[in-house]
Design a protein around this ligand. Structure first.
Ligand code: ATP
Ligand code: MG
Length: 176
């Protein structure tokens, strides 16, 4: 039988640098939605959610990450949106860079090819800023938050009663 420590909950993500985190936090405050604000140290864009993986397979996941090379790019987070069912509000790009979209697709394929079960739904890059939204908000164009993407990370998420705790297991720098 698996004990909980044999299993890790994993996702690949883009983690904003501190200045972007601050800007996002400021936007979050300005939005003032009727919902629960996400703590700024949890801000991220999920690239691929892997879900629960046996700890034994962690080296294989890390090795897939190491085999990838991300080209640095600038994302413009210019869209406020919400996922009605999940009751979250977020900022994301209307148009993610083609390179990043291709990177995300290749990462999903590489993980699937190695027998992992990545979330294969079409990627909707977003930073969740609010959870438990009381009522849906409509999509809006907002003044862009510019984010120079310089790395991607593998993150472990531990769900606790006090909310998720994220731990970056590895980070790979982008090349210019
Ligand atoms: P909580 O679930 O307690 O609200 P969380 O969603 O921040 O916290 P996780 O559920 O571990 O933490 O998810 C980590 C990241 O992966 C989040 O960005 C989440 O939106 C995304 N994610 C979680 N489940 C899925 C899924 N089934 N498909 C796609 N992305 C997912
Ligand atoms: Mg979740």
């Amino acid at each position: 039988m698996n004990c909980p420590t044999d299993i890790v909950r994993l996702f690949f993500a883009l983690i904003p640098p501190v200045e972007v985190r601050r800007e996002l936090s400021q936007r979050q405050r300005q939005m003032n939605l009727q919902a629960r604000p996400v703590a700024e140290d949890l801000f991220h864009i999920t690239l691929v959610f892997l879900g629960e993986v046996e700890r034994l397979r962690l080296p294989a996941v890390l090795s897939i990450g190491s085999g990838f090379s991300l080209t640095g790019c600038t994302l413009l987070l210019d869209r406020l949106g919400c996922f009605e069912k999940a009751r979250v509000a977020w900022l994301g790009p209307f148009k993610p860079t083609a390179e990043l979209v291709s990177f995300q697709e290749r990462l999903v394929s590489a993980l699937a090819a190695k027998g992992f079960s990545p979330d294969e739904k079409p990627w909707k890059p977003h930073v969740t800023l609010y959870r438990d939204l009381r009522k849906p908000c409509s999509t809006m164009r907002v003044k862009p938050v510019g984010w120079r993407v310089e790395s991607f990370s593998l993150v472990q998420s531990t769900l606790t009663k006090a909310g998720p705790v994220y731990r970056v297991l590895d980070e790979w720098a982008a090349r210019d």
